[in-house]
Design a protein around this ligand. Structure first.
Ligand code: THU
Length: 135
């Protein structure tokens, strides 16, 4: 199954009573395993989580920490753009050249590199003058 197909399948499970906007995400990790996630909203709106965050949490819980490829899909008029917070979350586990494929349920796709989605990203190097050992 392709990564987009995996994202399309998990999207059906999204919990979206407030936005009605279902999103699915799938990650191929360095181990070759595929991890999926969907958005899970909450009546306390800020507590909702994005599909990408769910897939990343599943990946880390599964023992993987490197993203080789990621796909996101939604019923949007143009390929769905990960939110700013998710771009930073993806960058935590993906190098600048990792491809992010954004898709619509109708079959449009757009692929961009992590570095293109989050130019000038904040990273650990910017904390090098802070006291204490790095994590
Ligand atoms: N959402 C995602 O899950 N991923 C994205 O890339 C864009 C937005 C979700 C969050 C919320 O549940 C709904 O879409 C509307 O913002």
């Amino acid at each position: 199954m392709s990564l987009i197909e995996a994202a399309r399948e998990v999207r059906e499970n999204a919990w979206v009573p407030y936005s009605r906007f279902k999103v699915g995400a799938a990650i191929r990790a360095a181990s070759g395993r595929v991890y999926v996630g969907c958005n899970v909203e909450n009546v306390a709106y800020p507590e909702g989580t994005c599909a990408e965050a769910g897939a990343i949490a599943a990946m880390v819980a599964g023992g993987d920490t490197r993203i080789d490829e990621i796909a996101v899909i939604a019923d949007s008029p143009t390929p769905v753009a990960p939110c700013g917070g998710c771009r930073q979350k993806i960058a935590e586990f993906a190098g600048p050249d990792v491809e992010v494929t954004m898709a619509t349920t109708e079959g449009q796709t757009l692929t961009r590199r992590v570095a293109d989605l989050l130019p000038g990203a904040f990273d650990a190097a910017q904390m090098e003058r802070a006291a204490g050992p790095a994590a």
